[in-house]
Design a protein around this ligand. Structure first.
Ligand SMILES: Cc1ncc(COP(=O)(O)O)c(C=O)c1O
Length: 382
């Protein structure tokens, strides 16, 4: 990775983004091999946030409509459009002046805390049907945006029927489906992209992070030939100075080679099963663990003070007010033992580097096992 960046720096460190470059062609060609089939045109920027802003602009311009439906339990980025679509409390403080018009929020495919209080499979995937209800009653909907596997908000894996159903609904209503794979892409779920788990092809896929293993900032907004053809005779007002920056593209080419050389997608699937088994055992052992769920090397641990009611330790308001969160106490204790987990609200996310070994997973799980006793002590007695 580092050599590829250095070689590109010597060859062509920068050129204005209007120019075509060899490395741009090379990365685009490599992407055709790994992206869901049919996604074959790419816009390169430098963050997941920008990839989603581009997705919003493309969806609005292409459809001529302006509303975008996202879901409450989601994060899509930190600028006006992507933050407006973010459903979680990070959105609250920019409202109303900092939000864009037409950002709507629908229900989540979150079986453990179902917004309708239903149980899978008897629910009939009401969460997908409600999105159709929204599309029909709103009109003017350009797109639905989802994280196919929700990331920082607890790694929520949808039921198998959900994404195919959402694809069917959006297609039926001429609404674009945008899949935000900033976290879930690049082998994280044991497939190149999370949508591959359900063989769903979105109209737009946004991604970042893993495309360069985060060695250098690069993001991609991928779309179909049909949508990109629109821009053959319409102006594409989406430039950035650092769009398609050669150093970032060289890192992308090298990363794809490394994913293949080290067989990391298969490795993630295999080691993910290993880690999942251990996490399920931790759930059996610790009363504070309400749910564990995941795919590949992408797992969420949801802490609750009461397993029966599924009540959280902390509220969203606690987080915004900077109160100490139970998940942070647990993660802090893990960190004291040299193991880092990211946290948010009542979720602990276990998403290690894809090159992790079984021994390293054992070490991480042992630290979590020890630290979870802190939360167990505050579980409500039955
Ligand atoms: C699902 C998702 N979308 C978008 C973003 C924003 O990406 P970035 O931080 O690169 O702007 C993130 C960041 O974590 C994310 O997890």
């Amino acid at each position: 990775m580092i050599d590829a960046i250095c070689e590109q720096a010597k060859k062509l460190p920068f050129v204005a983004p209007a120019f075509g470059t060899e490395v741009r062609a090379e990365l685009s060609k490599s992407l055709l091999d790994v992206m869901p089939q049919g996604l074959e045109k790419f816009f390169y920027a430098t963050s997941g946030t920008e990839a989603n802003e581009a997705a919003i602009k493309i969806a609005r311009q292409f459809t001529g409509k302006y509303k975008i439906i996202s879901r409450y339990t989601s994060y899509h980025g930190s600028t006006a459009g992507s933050m407006s679509l973010t459903g979680d409390p990070r959105r609250y403080m920019i409202e109303p002046a900092g939000t864009i018009q037409g950002a709507l929020h629908g229900p989540d495919a979150y079986c453990y805390q179902c917004p309708f209080g239903l149980n899978y499979p008897d629910c009939g995937i009401a969460c997908a049907d409600y999105i159709e209800h929204m599309i029909e009653h709103e009109s003017n909907v350009a797109a639905v945006i989802v994280e196919p596997v929700v990331g920082s908000n607890g790694v929520i894996v949808p039921p198998d029927e959900y994404l195919p159903r959402l694809r069917e609904i959006t297609r039926k209503h001429g609404v674009l489906l945008i899949c935000d794979e900033v976290m879930s892409g690049w082998g994280r779920t044991g497939e190149w992209f999370a949508v591959d788990n359900w063989k769903v092809k979105p109209d737009i896929l946004s991604t970042a992070k893993g495309i360069t293993g985060a060695y250098i900032p690069l993001s991609i907004t991928a779309t179909t030939r049909e949508i990109s053809d629109y821009y053959e005779d319409h102006y594409f007002a989406l430039g950035h100075t650092y769009e398609a920056h050669p150093l970032t593209l060289a890192a992308g080419v090298a990363a794809i080679q490394e994913y293949k050389r080290l067989d990391l997608i298969k490795h993630a699937k295999k080691l993910g099963e290993y880690m999942g088994k251990q996490l399920r055992a931790l759930k059996d052992k610790h009363a504070s663990v309400g749910d564990v769920r995941g795919l590949g090397l992408f797992w969420g641990i949801e802490l609750v003070r009461n397993r029966k009611t599924r009540a959280w330790f902390n509220t969203r308001e606690d987080k915004l007010q900077g109160k100490p969160m139970m998940v942070d106490r647990v993660a802090n204790d893990c960190m004291n033992n040299g193991v880092y987990f990211s946290t948010w609200l009542n979720y602990i996310v276990a998403a290690p580097p894809l090159i992790i070994s079984e021994e390293e997973i054992d070490r991480g799980m042992a630290a979590l096992d020890k630290s979870l006793t802190l939360a167990d002590k505050e579980v409500e007695s039955a």
